[in-house]
Design a protein around this ligand. Structure first.
Ligand SMILES: Nc1ncnc2c1ncn2[C@@H]1O[C@H](COP(=O)(O)OP(=O)(O)OP(=O)(O)O)[C@@H](O)[C@H]1O
Ligand SMILES: [Mg+2]
Ligand SMILES: [Zn+2]
Length: 451
């Protein structure tokens, strides 16, 4: 084996050091040095590469297009988010909070795939006995090969020797390379592991699913670098208090990132929720502070309840908390409400929550959030209705795409009253009221004189 050396490279300026420093000697950034392996005869300094021999480019048309079919897991909600199944030789990162169900989902996928393909589970966090218990709970033990290993060299050697069609590494943070002195889970180790596994995946046509933990700030596996290395990043979300789980692609080289998969955690594993509007509670829809939004996620419209609470604040800087909704977008909506609709929120704490543990990323949800806040501020109910529209800084509403599908989905679930931006076409069976501005929309939703 080649003797290897490591060095510490600044993530800010690229300067390389032979020893670790808390502060980069070149650019003075703090905590920016990350260890990496120096390959013999490889990179010397930044931009200074020794070239062993030039290569001749090949015309793209002559590249052998190995058009393997995707490996469908048979779990529709998972396959849809992947873009139709796993692409052979690709590397997919599945991230999520502790306990959300990452191991359950990946074990279920392996159990299904094992009927027709070789599969391998590399567990670094749990013992094979624990993995077996989980697999039995979800009814898929038996065909899955398991290896309990955290040494990156051994994991790579095992993958190459076994050549499974699909391997799950649970989790990437437990792997460590003896070539690096950094601790397992550190940026250096995680990046080295992902880089080496990617080469194994591409060279040996093994599909690798990496399980990663999400850090507090929401970055998958801590370093964002990991997201660049892998072909797809799937994030598994859910609330502690709810059984519902949503799988979303934040990056996908082989598919759309707008599709979501919806699951329900049960004693027998993750059940698929093929009607995601079922996320919509049957509770007090349309009560004060509650408005139903309809967002279109990928190929499916999705009804979601937006809840708001507005309360006088005792703080100089009132609290603004959003769960499932972008915080900056909330700040913008509050400013528009106060400037263009006379809703006094400047000295109030405002909380916004999308029920069901799902997050809404479409600006089409703006109007629902705005009306929910106004309804909460006035303590006045809107009654059951569905609302969509994008809010501009001037207080004008912008029309959104696929209005008809949204209205039909609401109709299907019994919501036949709607408010949408002016210009939105009506559909039969729904009483649609349109508004040009946020003030008009509020006049419709919360008529003056109402409680
Ligand atoms: N017998 C059971 N009945 C119902 N739900 C269960 C049962 N056993 C486990 N669970 C659910 O499964 C979840 C754990 O799932 P899993 O181990 O797949 O999560 P994970 O994301 O891999 O977690 P970690 O980050 O700890 O590895 C638990 O939080 C619990 O909700
Ligand atoms: Mg796990
Ligand atoms: Zn530096």
């Amino acid at each position: 084996m080649l003797a290897t050396r490591t060095r510490y490279v600044c993530q800010e300026c690229g300067g390389a050091q032979s020893k670790w420093h808390g502060r980069c000697p070149s650019c003075e950034a703090w905590g920016s040095l990350v260890e990496e392996v120096v390959k013999a005869g490889g990179t010397r300094g930044r931009g200074e590469v020794t070239v062993p021999g030039a290569r001749r480019p090949v015309a793209l048309a002559e590249v052998e297009a190995t058009r393997h079919d995707r490996l469908a897991t048979g779990i529709n909600e998972f396959d849809r988010v992947l873009g139709g199944g796993l692409v052979p030789g690709s590397i997919v990162l599945v991230g999520g909070d502790p306990g959300v169900g990452k191991s359950t989902l990946t074990t279920m996928a392996l159990a299904r795939l094992a009927h027709h393909h070789g599969v391998l589970m590399v567990c670094g966090e749990e013992s094979p006995a624990q993995v077996r218990m989980r697999a039995e709970r979800i009814g898929g033990a038996g065909r899955i090969g398991v290896v309990a290993e955290t040494d990156l060299d051994i994991v790579c050697a095992t993958l190459i020797a076994e050549r499974p069609a699909v391997a799950v590494i649970d989790s990437v943070q437990t792997l460590w390379s003896s070539e690096l002195s950094s601790a397992p889970g550190s940026v250096a180790q995680v990046r080295e592991a992902a880089g080496r596994l990617m080469r194994v995946a591409k060279e040996h046509a093994i599909t690798i699913i990496l399980v990663g933990h999400v850090t507090k700030d929401g970055a998958v596996a801590g370093p964002r670098v990991l997201e660049h290395l892998v072909d797809a990043v799937l994030v598994f979300e859910g609330e502690r208090t709810s059984e519902l789980r949503v799988l979303r692609a934040t990056k996908n080289r082989f598919g759309s990132t707008s599709e979501i998969g919806v699951f329900e955690m049960t004693g027998a594993g993750l059940g698929q929720v093929s009607d995601p509007s079922a996320l919509l509670g049957r509770g007090d829809l349309g009560g004060p502070g509650s408005v139903v939004a309809c967002s279109v996620e990928g190929s499916r419209p999705l009804l979601l309840e937006v809840q708001a609470l507005v309360a006088p604040s005792e703080l100089a800087m009132p609290r603004r908390l959003a769960t499932g909704f972008d915080r900056n977008r909330l700040a913008m909506i509050l400013a528009v409400l106060s400037r263009h609709a006379g809703i006094p929120v400047a000295s109030a704490d405002v909380f916004v929550n999308v029920a069901g543990g799902v997050s809404i990323e479409e600006p089409a949800a703006d109007l629902a959030v705005a009306i929910a806040i106004a309804s909460a501020a006035r303590g006045a109910p809107t009654g059951p209705l569905v609302v969509f529209g994008e809010l501009g800084l001037t207080g004008r509403l912008r029309i959104v795409a696929q209005a008809e599908r949204r209205l039909r989905e609401a109709q299907r679930l019994g919501l036949t009253h709607a408010i949408a931006p002016a210009g939105t076409a009506a559909v039969s069976g729904t009483s649609l009221r349109t508004a040009a501005t946020i003030a008009d929309a509020l006049a419709i939703a919360l008529p003056a004189g109402a409680p």
